[in-house]
Design a protein around this ligand. Structure first.
Ligand code: SAH
Length: 260
């Protein structure tokens, strides 16, 4: 097959960009620098996404907060043209940035008013943390990949967030030193509700967590009332596994594209 010179140039640029993906300085380049830009109209896709989220999510503040956070800056350049698809997308270290609808649903379940301290277990790209920072007073993130922490910190700093701290995950799930939290959101799937996280939840606090098998979970909202947990099931979902002593072991590598 003969490839016309223009297409060849695009393919070469694409490959070059893909090769330096991962953990280099330029993987969060502004959209202008990316050749795919001219083929997709992100603004139109963005409008479509938020229109559909407004129909599904009752609390308008959540959708407004999400509308203020540029999702494309949390995604490796190669898939940025899909930033406003309502779909999970791969990020570095074989992990995923969650589907916008799931981000909205989980955030809504935290019932934030602006005064809360919130813990996010599984900070990944930092996208969910940014949305929490728009709606809560203080966000504590925990992530087990130092490389992701580095990338997330840089993205969040670039966007001007000053109410987020991110820590490297230790042996205990969550971040005990910052407890108690009014809200805890776990963005990786667990085999059961981890007691370590329940202990870090303030009275009246909400814990939102996917619980189930390694491949499929139910999204649970647990509210701590009088020392007991009141459970609500928000529906089925698919997250990458929560890796911890009290959860899954590292095991086989999964293809991330199936997960939220
Ligand atoms: N919320 C993220 C996406 C999370 S993907 C975003 O908005 O981009 C799930 C993340 O959980 C992965 O980055 C994975 O490394 C992390 N993770 C898995 N087990 C963990 C644990 N025990 N503590 C902290 N992070 C964990």
């Amino acid at each position: 097959m003969v490839i016309p010179p223009f297409y060849l140039l695009v393919i070469l640029c694409h490959n070059q960009q893909t090769a330096v993906l991962g953990l280099t300085e330029d993987h969060r380049l502004p959209l202008k620098d990316w050749a795919m830009e001219e083929y997709r109209d992100l603004d139109t896709e963005r409008e479509k996404l938020f229109h559909s989220l407004r129909k599904k999510i009752g609390d308008e503040r959540i959708v407004e907060a999400m509308d203020r956070v540029p999702r494309e800056l949390f995604i490796p350049s190669a898939s940025r043209y899909m930033a406003y698809n309502d779909a999970p997308l791969p990020i570095e270290m074989g992990q995923t940035i969650s589907q916008p609808f799931i981000v909205a649903l989980m955030t809504e379940a935290l019932e934030l008013t602006g005064q809360e301290r919130v813990l996010e277990v599984g900070t990944g790209s930092g996208y969910q943390a940014a949305i929490l920072a728009e709606l809560a007073k203080w966000v504590v993130g925990v992530e087990r990949h130092p490389q992701l922490i580095d990338i997330a910190r840089r993205t969040l700093e670039r966007l001007g967030y000053t109410n987020i701290e991110i820590h490297l995950a230790g042996k205990t799930l969550g971040w005990k030193d910052g407890a108690p939290y009014d809200g805890i959101i776990v963005t990786a799937g667990a085999p059961k509700v981890p007691q370590e996280l329940v202990d870090q939840l303030a009275p009246g606090g909400r814990l939102v967590i996917p619980v189930g098998s390694r491949y499929e979970q139910q999204l649970l909202k647990l509210t701590k009332r009088n020392g007991e947990l009141v459970k609500q099931n928000l529906g089925g979902c698919r997250f990458v596994p929560l890796i911890a002593e009290d959860a899954w072991d590292e095991g086989e590598q999964q293809s991330s594209s199936r997960f939220s």
